[in-house]
Design a protein around this ligand. Sequence first.
Ligand SMILES: [Zn+2]
Length: 150
Amino acid sequence: MSPIDAPKKELPAIFAAHGLRCTRQRVAVYQALVTSGEHPTADQIYQALQTRDAAISLATVYNTLEALCSAGLAQKLPGTGGKGPCRFDIARGNHLHLRDAQTGDIADVPDDLGEQILAAIPRHLLSELEAKLNFRVDRLEIQLIGEKQG
Ligand SMILES: [Zn+2]
C-alpha cells in the first residue's frame, strides 16, 4: 500500500519508516496535501487547515512541508520560472506535470501518457550525457508548460 492510500492509523508507521516522528501537525499537513488532490502552495494548505485546526501557524506549515520533503514523503515543485510560490505534491512515483503558464496551477499527466513520454526519451542520449558530463541520472522530472485551451 502506498503512503497516499494509507488510513490515518498507519501514518505513524509510515512516518517512522521515513525517519520522521509522527506529530499532530505533520499528520494534519500530510493529510491536507493528500486530500487537496491538486498541487497546493504552503499558503493554500495553511488556509485549508484553518477551518479544521486553528492552532497551526503558517511557519509550522512551511517547516512541516520541508520535513515531509526531506523525508521523501512529499516533493516541492518550484514556482513558475523560478518565481511565484512553490507548490507541493505527495511523493507518488515518477509522474509528469502540466503547468499553466498563466496561473502557475499544476496538474498531473495521466500515468499511462507520462510513462510513454518518459519511455520515448532515447536512453543512448542519457548514457552519452552521463559519460560526457560525468553525471549519473537517477530520475527525470518533466513539466509540460502551457495553458488550458477552451
Ligand atoms: Zn503531481
